[in-house]
Design a protein around this ligand. Structure first.
Ligand SMILES: Nc1nc2c(ncn2[C@@H]2O[C@H](COP(=O)(O)OP(=O)(O)OP(=O)(O)O)[C@@H](O)[C@H]2O)c(=O)[nH]1
Length: 296
């Protein structure tokens, strides 16, 4: 057991009740999604499925308000006691690094818990203190997880880890449909190795009506925003600061429908006519200079 500092202490997870499962299933009855996924994991995956499964512009990307609906906020509202935040995702995506960034301890050895189920930490968000428990190493059945917020982490440098978060969201939506989810793309500092674009991650988050944040746990970039959003959601509040809105978090402007956003995205991809004309002009000038060179 490694040393644990006073702000981060080891806690045991509660023993949870498993949801009742039907005892008899007809051969023609499709398997529930979670069982299908587990089977898929067993066949295709070399990692565990619970912890492993269960671009800088107008901010690559801060908050992505999903679709036209507000993100899911726990209907149970505010809970007494510590707020539980679970970090889930494939191995190596940076969950432990993120937990340590949350725990506010730069000296990693000081707060790593070798038995590690979770870290307890006190945070102040919106002038209010809350005790949080961060689970970064959930190895039990996902249906046994009880938490106020799930943070699904992938690495922007690993497409497979991104697909894993989609599987996890399906499982979570089945077992705990009301638990708010935040999708997090970590390792945004590794720009050259990027495999998942911010746009596709945002679109994916929009499909599941959850927030998307892109961070670098190593550089502590945007981790405070993530923590604050998680705490607000855990309190049963919208993730943005009081008095602001999703639009404010995204840099202002009118809220766009997904169609409008898709159009804008495609428009940015396509060369515009005037720009094309400029390029053509530029090329013609170049070819003239080549011609001149040939004359020499
Ligand atoms: N460049 C970069 N590396 C990171 C970042 N976050 C984590 N890493 C590195 O990624 C590796 C895996 O990080 P971990 O925090 O152990 O990942 P994990 O998801 O907890 O992994 P498991 O414990 O195996 O599930 C480590 O070498 C980290 O230093 C990041 O934001 N940027």
């Amino acid at each position: 057991m490694l040393r644990v500092d006073t702000s981060c202490v080891f806690v045991q997870c509660d023993s949870m009740t498993l949801p009742s499962t039907p005892t008899v299933r007809r051969g023609s009855t499709p398997l529930p999604i979670k069982h299908q996924l587990r089977r898929e994991e067993a066949v295709h995956d070399d990692g565990d499925w619970t912890s492993g499964a269960a671009g800088a512009s107008p901010s690559p990307l801060s908050f992505s308000p999903a679709l036209d609906d507000p993100p899911i906020v726990s209907v149970e509202g505010r809970r007494d006691g510590p707020l539980r935040i679970a970090l889930l995702g494939q191995n190596g995506v940076g969950k432990s690094s993120l937990a340590l960034a949350f725990a506010g301890d730069i000296d990693r050895t000081a707060s790593v818990d070798s038995d590690g189920e979770g870290y307890v930490h006190t945070v102040s968000v919106d002038d209010e203190e809350s005790t949080i428990i961060i689970y970064d190493n959930w190895r039990q059945d996902l249906s046994a997880l009880q938490c106020e917020v799930c943070v699904l982490v992938f690495s922007v440098t690993d497409r497979r880890s991104f697909h894993r978060t989609a599987q996890l969201r399906l499982l979570l939506r089945e077992t705990q449909p009301q638990t708010p989810i935040i999708l997090v793309g970590n390792k945004s500092d590794l720009v050259r190795s990027r495999e998942v674009t911010a746009q596709e991650a945002m679109s994916s988050a929009a499909l599941y009506n959850c927030l998307y944040l892109e961070i670098s746990a190593s550089l502590d970039h945007r981790t405070p925003e993530l923590l604050e959003s998680a705490v607000r959601l855990a309190r049963g509040l919208p993730p943005w600061p009081p008095g602001s809105s999703a639009e404010d978090m995204c840099g202002g402007g009118q809220r766009e429908s997904i169609t409008t956003r898709a159009k804008r995205f495609l428009t940015n991809l396509m060369p515009r006519y005037p720009r094309e004309r400029e390029v053509g002009k530029f090329l013609r000038q170049k070819s003239r200079s080549c011609h001149d060179l040939g004359a020499l």
